[in-house]
Design a protein around this ligand. Structure first.
Ligand code: FMN
Length: 391
């Protein structure tokens, strides 16, 4: 990401919107050309010194798979089960706010692309169209919630999610307040007049549009709207309030993950919010095996943060995840080419995953959990290669 921030667009970058995208970075380049600088910063940025943002990528780059051979990979499938439902690959689209900032077609375009790709779409509570416009185009919609001071608005959204046919609620627990996103503060980032948080009454989001030097209006709005008292009692309350599947997003400690499933959560998302909350928080792949141990099959364990390729998906599966959520690459596709751009990003991810499965001797995604994955550069003892299933 950092090279893109400084490098002037090259000829290759300028034509990246129309040329084939061979990696998600091609989509990132195309998006960079399509977006104003402050929106691009909102998309790309993390909190503080962006150490966690960078560590998310480094964590994947520093892990290496130990492929298996002679496994007859002639008929390899990426099909998976995500939160109990069939999916074309072990992935979903992560909740991301304000998608009309990136393309006029916004959330419905990304949700249609998820539907076409056969994976779930997690609608952000802070979407720029009403939830029902998303569920109308995507049969596997999950709704992400932040804990609102306005409890009536929160429960109304839970009721709407049930009525609209959502398959899950995703409670984001890592935002008692918004992290200090310095790029947005420097840009005095504020929502343009035509971008609304459509699930909120208009009066509730005025502050998100009021720019002021040295601060982010979006951050001001969240501090007004989000309730920092959120605790385990509220998770228990929400569990009792809805029959929908419940996913707790934003855990990193194994004990928190275990407590979430003990309270009846169906899944956790191991996530540091794409490096946008606690700067210095650990990257998700580093804690994933410990979280999976603690959850011990009592719920699904998803991961997000830094997933950029099918190989990253395979590494996450090898570390024990059941699926990943894809974040920024979806917004790159959306910004560059609307629904088609998101479809291109998701199709690329699936192609790469299929390729990685074939080349690592896995005929399907369930085999991936048996792959060994090791850190860079350490001579391995026989005990380090311990997982291999006998097939
Ligand atoms: C522009 C943007 C907006 C986001 N908005 C939300 C949100 O409203 N709710 C939420 O739970 N997570 C939000 N996230 C975090 C994502 O769900 C996800 O955790 C993160 O993007 C994963 O990191 P990656 O994008 O680097 O893969 C947002 C992320 C980005 C980049």
């Amino acid at each position: 990401m950092s090279t893109l921030d400084t490098a002037p667009p090259t000829g290759a970058a300028r034509s990246a919107g129309s040329a084939a995208w061979l990696t998600s970075t091609d989509a990132q380049r195309a998006a960079a050309l399509a977006l104003p600088q402050d929106v691009r910063d909102f998309l790309e940025g993390g909190s503080g010194a962006e150490a966690t943002l960078a560590a998310n990528r480094a964590a994947f780059e520093d892990l290496f798979l130990v492929p298996r051979v002679l496994a007859d990979a002639s008929a390899t499938s990426t099909a998976a089960t995500v939160l109990g439902a069939p999916a074309a690959m072990p992935a979903g689209i992560a909740p991301m706010a304000y998608q009309r900032l990136f393309h006029p077609d916004g959330e419905p375009a990304a949700a249609r692309a998820a539907q076409a790709a056969g994976i779930p779409y997690v609608a952000g509570m802070l979407s720029t169209c009403p939830l029902e416009e998303i569920t109308a185009v995507c049969s596997q919609t999950w709704l992400q919630l932040y804990w609102l001071r306005d409890r009536a608005l929160l429960t109304d959204l839970v009721d709407r999610a049930e009525a609209a046919g959502c398959s899950a609620l995703v409670l984001a627990v890592d935002v008692p307040r918004m992290g200090r996103r310095l790029r947005d503060m420097r840009n005095a980032f504020a929502l343009p007049r035509d971008i609304v948080a459509a699930n909120f009454p208009p009066s509730e989001t005025h502050s998100a549009r009021r720019g002021a030097a040295g601060t982010s209006a979006v951050m001001v709005h969240t501090s007004e709207a989000f309730d920092p008292t959120l605790s385990w009692d509220d998770v228990a309350w929400l569990r009792g309030r809805t029959e929908l599947r419940l996913v707790i997003k934003g855990v990193l400690h194994p004990e928190d993950a275990a407590r979430a499933v003990e309270l009846g959560a169906d899944a956790v998302v191991v996530s540091n919010h794409g490096g946008r909350q606690l700067d210095g928080a650990v990257p998700a792949p580093s804690v994933l095996p410990a979280v999976c141990d603690a959850v011990a099959g009592r719920g699904e364990v998803l991961l997000d943060g830094g997933v950029r390729s099918g190989t990253d998906v395979l590494k996450a599966l090898a570390l024990g995840a059941s699926a990943v959520l894809v974040g920024r690459p979806v917004l790159w596709g959306l910004a560059a080419d609307g629904q088609r751009g998101v479809e291109r990003v998701l199709s690329l991810l699936r192609t790469e995953l299929e390729d990685a499965l074939v080349l690592s001797g896995c005929t399907d995604v369930t085999r991936a959990s048996g792959l060994d994955v090791v850190p860079r550069g350490i001579p391995l003892s026989p005990a380090a290669l311990r997982k291999g299933p006998r097939w």
